[in-house]
Design a binder for this molecule. Structure first.
Ligand code: MGD
Ligand code: MGD
Ligand code: MO
Length: 673
């Protein structure tokens, strides 16, 4: 098991594991926001949140993948029970709203995405892409269909409808683990392919053919990413992706959509196998708009109003952790204005950028090469089970705290212990809490063990390494502190600097399930309720131009634009416009256009291209760097415009609180010279 077969380097630049923002109530209010991938911050975040005693916690999750996490919890029982395509063995891959050749795969962790997609096709497999843009991925696929933004749920429901209508439903061995199959069939009734074709922009016969092909493929996987999440029906689309995988028998089968088994921190691998407590949302609500919490978070779209609106609980202070909400959050002009009115703000970040320019104090983390790295969250979404730990490559400057030490120092201050508190005590406390929980949980490999004995076995480690060692050893591959010979520990990972290969994905149903019923919940109540909203949209007129986003190979959200090697070259922050629309609007390549939404207006250079669907325009996010008070010289020279001036904070997807960033109604016109 501990043979080193392949070297998997962890690149810390891709795939934000989505950090946080907090905000407290009362006068000493604060808000934390981040987007961290180090273990360090992930594992210490609860300490910080606890010390802050706040429900005002926001993260990039609600401008990203929260809808998928909602369906993971409702259908399978935990926040990260997200099936990923078994890329190494699948023969048919249906991709919606994802561009893995550029993004490198998100909620589907794998190095060398290009090589993997190529070899899929070389072994006779087929890739179909559904996207309003003929992306790089679409160009390398066998088939691509434009879809009108925001209509994935309609399209997927029509596929489900076809499977039932043509007797192609074949869940195979999953049948005995399903709840709600009949209900899905009923709900799909109104979504006949003819009924949705015009709205989707995909012909009914194409939808039927795709459904048949999916059903016929011996091993297939449906996968949706940000285009299917950050939109009006994000949770329904995310749900239908997995419904299709179930109905065609592809969920949890080799070559289908499978559940990874991560070495550390996997909630669906801890406790009693096959059953759990499920998930519950709305335990508290946002103060101003009354939006429900989801997994302890409030929608990032609510942050500005929580700062602006006077009264009991108004946010007056903010902590941001590795996040740039001033650019990444809807109606960012409003948010930026509100950040300027805070009484106090602290940012943990290495740049003086659009967000941190409002901070009273900026605390820089050490360079990433001076930090250790283990991808606690990403391995839970990996297409192949691996574990890789990298020790710091360079030494930290003396006196410079590590990022986790900054977190704990902030926690100590928030908790009233003052800046001089001994943060080792907080570190000890975090570990003790973790150990207590695991020894008290039935079914874990350390159930009933003496916490003192486990603690002693972890010596002399401290900090994140000690927490990680505990998680690995008590995890599904762990040595169980002596219980399992040859099992995993941090020492084993240190002996394998290229990583430990834990094998291809394995079928995990029913063991992986943590729903109360112990079944796959195909028709959870909140989702069933939301289908009415989708049905109502069937009769809606579709006339407006719709704005969507995109990603760029040489960019990572907002924060790689200050590196000359990555920022140089031709302008990448452009408005993609289809030639038909360009002709109608009298726009030619290089013209400047004004794009206007309910929230604001931006002026941006036009790039005419038939790779985008008529009636749709695209602007990448993370740009708009020419703001006063920042210190990012290179980024300023290639400033671009901020597309989140156009996105609307009032529009959130109701089940997840996720922002609607794709399919935003806009008007486009030539800018006055
Ligand atoms: N190089 C690079 N890599 C990155 C990032 C980066 O900025 N640069 N960001 C990282 C992050 S934070 C994330 S979350 C991931 C995202 O990973 P991906 O989701 O793979 O990234 P995108 O390239 O944004 O692909 C989204 C696609 O959805 C399409 N789309 C928009 N609206 C709709 C719609 O309504 N329906 C459908 N079907 N498609 C739609 C867009 O045209 C676009 O092609 O990438 C990560 N990797
Ligand atoms: N319109 C539109 N908006 C979007 C999206 C979209 O597709 N369209 N995508 C959304 C998505 S998927 C995401 S994930 C968000 C991203 O939103 P954010 O997370 O808010 O934005 P980033 O640009 O990733 O900001 C990363 C910040 O962390 C800092 N940083 C980088 N590394 C470290 C580190 O190691 N430690 C610390 N302390 N700081 C560090 C950077 O300097 C930067 O300030 O944007 C979202 N916004
Ligand atoms: Mo993201």
């Amino acid at each position: 098991m501990t043979d080193t077969k392949t070297s998997y380097a962890t690149c810390p630049l891709c795939e934000a594991t989505c950090g946080l923002e907090i905000v407290t109530r009362g006068r000493e209010v604060l808000s934390i926001r981040g987007d961290e991938q180090d273990i360090a911050s992930l594992v210490y975040l609860p300490v910080l949140l606890h010390a802050a005693k706040t429900h005002n916690f926001f993260s990039a999750s609600t401008v990203d993948q929260m809808p998928k996490q909602v369906t993971a919890g409702l259908m399978f029982g935990t926040i990260l029970s997200i099936p990923v395509p078994d890329l190494e063995r699948t023969e048919f891959l249906l991709l919606l709203g994802a561009n893995p050749l550029v993004s490198n795969g998100s909620l589907m962790t794998a190095p060398d995405m290009r090589g993997r997609l190529r070899s899929l096709r070389q072994r006779g497999g087929k890739i179909v892409v559904i996207d309003p843009v003929r992306t790089r991925t679409a160009q390398e696929a066998d088939e691509h269909h434009f879809i009108r933004p925001g209509h994935d749920a309609h399209f997927l429901f029509a596929m489900v409808h076809t499977l039932f209508a043509e007797n192609l439903v074949a869940p195979g061995r999953l049948v005995e683990h399903l709840d709600g199959l009949e209900q899905v069939s009923e709900m799909a009734q109104p979504f006949a392919p003819e009924r949705v074709a015009e709205a989707c922009g995909i012909e009914a016969e194409t939808i039927r053919a795709l459904a048949r092909e999916l059903a016929a493929a011996p091993r297939a996987a449906v996968y949706g990413r940000i285009g299917t999440c950050t939109q009006e029906f994000g949770t329904l689309a995310s749900w239908l992706v997995d419904v299709l995988n179930v109905l065609t028998g592809n969920l949890d089968r080799e070559g289908g959509a499978m559940f990874p088994m991560a070495a550390a921190g996997a909630r669906n691998a801890s406790g009693t196998p096959g059953k759990g407590r499920g998930v519950r949302f709305g335990r508290w609500k946002s103060r101003v708009r009354g939006l429900p919490e989801v997994y302890g978070e409030l929608p990032a779209s609510c942050l500005a109003e929580e700062i602006e609106t006077p009264g009991e609980g108004q946010v007056r202070a903010l902590i941001t952790l590795a996040g740039n909400p001033a650019l990444s959050t809807p109606n960012s002009q409003r948010l930026q204005q509100s950040l300027g009115t805070l009484e106090f703000m602290v940012s943990v970040d290495m740049y003086l950028n659009e967000t941190t320019r409002f901070a009273n104090v900026i605390l820089p983390p050490p360079p990433s090469l001076a930090r250790s790295h283990y991808d606690l969250a990403l391995y839970q979404l990996a297409v192949h089970n691996v574990a890789h730990y990298s020790a710091p490559v360079i030494e930290r400057e003396t006196g410079m705290p590590d990022e986790w030490e900054i977190f704990l120092r902030l926690a100590a201050i928030l908790g009233g212990q003052g800046a001089q508190a001994d943060i080792r005590l907080l570190d000890d406390m975090s570990l003790a809490t973790l150990i207590q929980r695991e020894v008290a949980t039935a079914g874990t490999s350390v159930e009933g063990r003496d916490p003192g004995e486990l603690l002693a076995a972890l010596k002399p480690r401290r900090g994140p390494e000690r927490l990680l060692d505990f998680m690995l050893r008590s995890g599904p591959y762990g040595d169980g502190f002596g219980a399992k010979e040859g099992g995993l520990s941090l020492a084993v990972l240190e002996d394998h600097p290229h990583g430990v290969d834990l094998g291809p994905l394995q079928p995990r149903i029913p063991e992986v399930l943590r729903t109360i019923s112990g079944k796959i919940e195909l028709a959870p109540a909140p989702i069933v309720e939301d289908v009415a909203r989708l049905r109502a949209s069937l009769d809606r007129a579709n006339g407006r131009m719709l704005l969507i986003g995109r990603r760029d190979l040489r960019s990572n959200n907002s924060w790689m634009h200050n590196l000359h090697v990555l920022a140089k070259g031709k302008d990448r922050c452009t408005l993609l416009v289809h030639p038909d629309d360009a002709a109608r609007l009298a726009l030619v390549n290089g013209d400047r256009a004004c794009v206007t939404s309910q929230a604001g207006t931006v002026e941006i250079p036009v790039e005419v291209t038939d790779t985008i669907m008529p009636g749709v325009v695209s602007i990448p996010h993370g740009w708009g760097h020419a703001l006063p008070g920042t210190q990012m010289r290179v980024a300023r020279e290639h400033a671009g415009v901020n597309t989140n001036i156009l996105t609307v904070e009032e529009n959130v997807e109701p089940l997840s609180g996720n922002a609607i960033l794709n399919g935003v109604a806009v008007t486009v016109e030539r800018a006055e010279a």
